[in-house]
Ligand binder design. Sequence first.
Ligand code: PLP
Length: 404
Amino acid sequence: MIIKNSLDEMKKREVSLKVIKSIIATSGRNSLYDLTGLSGGFLAKQEELDILETYIGPAIFEEKLQVLGCEHLGGEKVFAVNRTSSGILATILAIVKEDSYVVHFLPEFPAHPSIPRSCGIVGANYLEFDDIGEFIANFPKYARNVSLLVITGSTMDHKILMEEDFKTAINLAKNENIPVFVDDASGARLRTAIFSQKRATDLGADLVVTSTDKLMMGPRGGLMAGKKDLIDEIKTKAHQFGLEAQPPSVLAMVKGLEEYNEDDLKKSIVKKDELMDLLANDFNSFEKTPTGIMVSEDNLKNEIIFSLKKSDSNFNETNLDKFSNKDFCFLWAMLLLKEEHIVTIPAVSMPGASATVRFDLAANDADRIEVNNLCDKIKNSFNNLLNVIVDEKIAKKILYKNNI
Ligand SMILES: *Cc1c(COP(=O)(O)O)cnc(C)c1O
């Protein structure tokens, strides 16, 4: 294993950011293709930046955010937080009691790490289910001691919860008067735009949080919405610990919401189908996501072994024991960045995030690259990955040195 812990992940991220900087310095921003789908952005105008003072900015932009945020997420009141993770922490700090249970229902494991970590901080018990049958069977056993039901609408890998399961889970909690909080980081847009599902609050959730840089042109940040009394409690708690979004982020959220158009997401569907068809000639392990394609950790390992065995029938799998499945993802992402100038999440992610290598065709930069060209870049970098993993030293250099 090369990347062993959160500290190693931080170092890898720092290297990636240096690489991005030097690519932009030598070849310009347009030589880089950010296909993370977390493009972020700061669409503010000069006159808006001029009024970004500590107390003046919020007076202007928070009111706009109330209107646009309620349109986007529904609910009675919205509240902007520093990140989705901050919204999750603030909610759990405000609502969840020590020794009580937090039950999390999601379409597929793993859960975002901020949910179990936040439960750990308040001393709550955390249970998670990704099978509706098991959830229905187990929920009543704990219901009396459950202080919060968390539902993830779309996972980090963009696996979407079916609307029927959503309703079933919400109704079970409602019958017991348990508050329902939806982690809709990407789901608030993916579920509604691509799958025509209802907003979480319209499905009966009391609270929802979304990430303002996922599939929209906002800043890295979180936007919460829901019942006014609950939002007020969470807001109070968030201010005590500095978890709220600062005025520049609030302004950028307003601009991102103004710019958001779900038709832009729908356009990615045709492109992703084309790319999937092209790649199917050479690969077995790509899967479609709502707006792109991806290779999971386990599938990448299988693809690597399959390719190495194809070129050398005596290839011994134990040669790869130095690497974890995540290492392969991090290495491929780093090669994609250094050699093909394509940014994917494993290169730049925060510790604990999913290592799945995903190419999001709803990303802004996807408009600038032809599907054929992207296919070639993916193939080249994969072939290079096969060369790199024969030598641990070279692999370490790829991950920890900011040479391009
Ligand atoms: C991205 C994501 C988060 C966390 O967002 P941050 O901005 O990194 O805090 C939480 N949950 C899910 C499902 C996500 O996809």
